[in-house]
Design a protein around this ligand. Sequence first.
Ligand code: UDP
Length: 237
Amino acid sequence: MKSEVMLYEGKAKQIYATDNEKVVLMKYKDDATAFDGLKKGVINNKGIVNNRVSNLLFKLLENEGIETHLIEQIDDRNVLVKNLKIIPVEVVVRNVVAGSLAKRIGEEEGLTLSSTIIELYYKDDELHDPMINEYHARVMGWATDEQLKELHAQAHKINDILKAFYDSIGIILVDFKLEFGLYEGRVILGDEISPDTCRLWDKESLEKLDKDRFRRDLGKEEEAYQEVVQRIEKALA
Ligand code: UDP
């Protein structure tokens, strides 16, 4: 089914054409980048973990009525997904203050928010993914009003499902990033949900089990990623 035609190569994944134009193959790499690509490295087996974690979480979401791009995992690193027209707006969902929010509002990391914050960023590497609001997205034609409404509704629902699931396996879902795309006129969830795109803290020790270990040189990245996939598999597989 996979062709040799690579349609796109991102920092952590490659996308290949298949013999069906409505389907693409996504291949997860071990390459890790941070700070707009300034820091580069490898986390061994990261691609395998992210493929597994993302597919298990997408299946969980599908069972709860959220449509995702997932079709079928092919092997360790490869998954067939629906070929979406990606909406160039990254949706960040936050339950606890961390990362760029901590800096922006001058708060310590770790403060639990009284309710969920959703932020939008324009997906553009050259511009370093600037934060935007709904006006920018609508006026610039990146998403319609209706699509923005749908993005927000789905982001809240996804957060409710994932926060409860992670809590059940002893992990705090601090924040995460989502990408959506259009498929047959519908707004559906794409990209990945993995320790690369989420902040995940152990509920007891508050130990970081996500890409911040790489960003902040904390070490034991591979072990943290394995810990996440093992807890998820124990609960879901
Ligand atoms: N995130 C991501 N890709 C991005 C930017 C952010 O997956 O291009 C995720 C990040 O892993 C974290 C959440 O979105 O879980 C919020 O990130 P933040 O705005 O704090 O930015 P960062 O830590 O990347 O500076």
